[in-house]
Design a protein around this ligand. Structure first.
Ligand code: ZN
Length: 461
C-alpha cells in the first residue's frame, strides 16, 4: 500500500512524501509527487510533517484500567457529595467500583468508614493518585481480609482493625479482585489520535502476564505503537523492547546506600542501565552518590527529578544522566503543590529549563494515567508553567514549546537526545499536523493532529 502526503512542511521546505511498505519511500520537492491510481492521497496544505511522538514515561495497563474506572480526582469530584454520586453511578458488570486519581485536598482523607457512608452495598476500592495507596470500603475489605498481612502496609486503628487503607498492595490483592480485561484497543486509539507512535512503559515489576498482554496488543494492532518496557526484565516478549531497569525508591522508606548500590550492581551484571524514580531531594542525592560509586552506563536515567536543586546539576551532567520530567503535573496538581511542598523546595519543583540549560538531556513525558496523556497540553504547560487556576509556578523553569516537543521527538533509547528525522528509508512512524511548524509551536493543541502513521498504517484524525 502506498500513501502520498502532498505539500507537507518538511524540515523547512514544502515537499511531497511517499510512504510505501511501512517506510518513507521518497521525499520530493512540493508539486513533484505523482500518485498512481489506487494510492491513498492526503493533501496536507502546508501542514507540518514530523516523526511520530514518543512518550518516554507512562503506564499502559494503568491507562487502560483508567478507562473503566471512576475519576475521583479533585477536579472531577470536588467534594464528598460529588465523589459519592460518581461512585454510585458506576455500573461495571463485575460489581466492583474502582476509583482512581483521588487526592485528600477536597474530600479529606478516605478510609473504610467514609466510603461506607458513600456506598456501603457494593465493594469499592479507590486509588490515591500517587499510585501506592488503595482505600477499600468494608465490603471490599471483607472480600480480601485473608490477604491482609502484619506489615505496615496494612493501616490499622487503635483497636488493631484495618482502616481500609492499604499501601503498595496491588499484587497482594490481585488474587481476590475480578480480572478486568484491559481495553488496550482504546489506549491505542487515544495514542494515535494524539500523534503518539511510541511509548516507554515505566511500570516497575511488570509481571509476565502483563508483558504478554502488551506484546499481544502490539502484535495484533490494538496498540499500534513501538513499546519499550522498563519493568519486565532485559528480554521481554517480542515486539516489546527492554529498556533500563525501573527502580522505584519509596520516599518514606528509602533503601540504604548499600542496598541501592547492590540493586544497581545486580542490573549491571546483566548489562542493564537503570531508570531511578526520584521525587525528593533525598532520593536524588542518594541515587547520584550510588551511581557515582557503581559507575554509569549509557541509558541511565532519572525519572521525575521532581525536586532538583541547582547544586545537583553539575553532578547529573558529569555522570551523563538523562532526566524524564512531567511539567504538566504543575497544571493538574499545582494547587496542592502550593500547599504541600516545603516552601524552600518550591523553587526547585518540576525543573525544566535549568536541566536543559545545563546541557542535560531532558525529555517531557506524561506519566499517564497519573498525569494527562495529551502531549500538546504538556508542551503548552512546559511553556506556561500554569496551574489549573492560572497561577504560575517557577516561571524561570519555562521552556519553549519547541524545546518541550523535542523530547517527544527523541528516540526511545535516547530520551532528550537529538530529534529523530523524517528521512527516506526510515520507518514511517509519522505525524501530520493541520498547521505549519511556527503556528503549531505558537499554539500547541491536540486538534492540530491531522493524521498519524504507525509503521505506515494511516490513522486520520
Ligand atoms: Zn510513572
Amino acid at each position: 500500500m502506498t500513501t502520498w502526503l502532498l505539500d507537507v512542511e518538511w524540515e523547512g521546505h514544502r515537499a511531497d512524501v511517499c510512504v510505501r511498505d511501512g517506510r518513507v519511500g521518497r521525499i520530493l520537492a512540493g508539486g513533484d509527487g505523482r500518485p498512481a491510481a489506487g494510492d491513498t492521497v492526503i493533501e496536507a496544505a502546508g501542514g507540518w510533517l514530523l516523526p511520530g511522538l514518543h512518550d518516554h514515561h507512562l503506564h499502559v495497563l494503568s491507562l487502560a484500567a483508567a478507562f473503566t474506572s471512576v475519576d475521583c480526582s479533585p477536579v472531577a469530584a470536588p467534594g464528598l457529595a460529588e465523589l459519592g454520586a460518581a461512585l454510585r453511578a458506576d455500573q461495571h458488570p463485575d460489581g466492583w467500583v474502582r476509583g482512581i486519581g483521588h487526592h485528600d485536598a477536597k474530600t479529606g482523607p478516605l478510609d473504610r468508614h467514609v466510603l461506607d457512608r458513600l456506598l456501603p452495598d457494593r465493594p469499592v476500592r479507590i486509588q490515591h493518585r500517587g499510585g501506592a495507596l488503595w482505600v477499600l470500603n468494608s465490603l471490599a475489605l471483607q472480600r480480601v481480609v485473608h490477604l491482609l498481612d502484619d506489615s505496615d502496609d496494612v493501616e490499622r486503628d487503635a483497636q488493631g482493625e484495618p482502616t481500609g487503607r492499604l499501601w503498595r498492595y496491588d499484587s497482594r490483592l490481585a488474587p481476590e479482585l475480578p480480572l478486568r480485561e484491559p481495553d488496550l484497543g482504546a489506549v491505542g486509539q487515544r495514542l494515535r489520535s494524539l500523534g503518539i507512535t511510541g511509548v516507554t512503559d515505566a511500570t516497575p515489576d511488570l509481571d509476565e502476564t502483563a508483558a504478554r498482554l502488551l506484546a499481544e496488543a502490539a502484535t495484533d494492532g490494538r496498540l499500534p505503537v513501538a513499546i519499550t518496557v522498563l519493568g519486565a526484565g532485559a528480554s521481554p516478549p517480542q515486539p516489546l523492547v527492554g529498556g533500563p531497569a525501573k527502580l522505584l525508591l519509596r520516599d518514606h522508606d528509602l533503601p540504604t546506600y548499600d542496598q541501592l548500590a547492590a540493586t544497581v550492581e545486580g542490573h549491571r551484571a546483566t548489562g542493564r542501565a537503570v531508570a531511578v524514580h526520584c521525587v525528593t531531594v533525598e532520593s536524588l542525592v542518594l541515587t547520584l552518590a550510588v551511581l557515582d560509586e557503581v559507575g554509569v552506563v549509557p541509558g541511565d536515567r532519572i525519572e521525575h527529578a521532581s525536586v532538583c536543586p541547582q547544586a545537583l546539576l553539575p553532578e547529573i551532567k558529569r555522570l551523563g544522566l538523562r532526566v524524564i520530567v512531567q511539567p504538566d503535573l504543575l497544571r493538574t496538581r499545582g494547587r496542592e503543590y502550593l500547599v504541600e511542598v516545603e516552601p524552600h523546595d518550591l523553587l526547585d519543583l518540576c525543573p525544566n529549563q535549568r536541566l536543559v540549560g545545563a546541557g542535560i538531556p531532558t525529555a517531557c513525558s506524561s506519566d499517564a494515567p497519573f498525569g494527562d496523556l495529551d502531549p500538546w497540553q504538556i508542551v503548552a504547560t512546559a511553556r506556561s508553567r500554569q496551574t489549573a487556576d492560572g497561577a504560575v509556578l517557577g516561571a524561570a523553569e519555562s521552556v519553549s514549546t519547541a524545546t518541550a516537543l523535542s523530547g517527544y521527538l527523541s528516540a526511545a533509547e535516547e530520551p532528550g537526545g537529538p530529534p529523530r528525522r523524517v528521512a527516506v528509508g526510515g520507518a514511517a512512524d509519522l505525524l501530520l499536523l493541520r498547521a505549519g511548524r511556527d503556528e503549531a509551536l505558537a499554539n500547541p493543541h491536540r486538534e492540530l493532529v491531522r493524521a498519524t502513521l504507525s509503521g505506515g498504517d494511516l490513522h486520520v484524525g
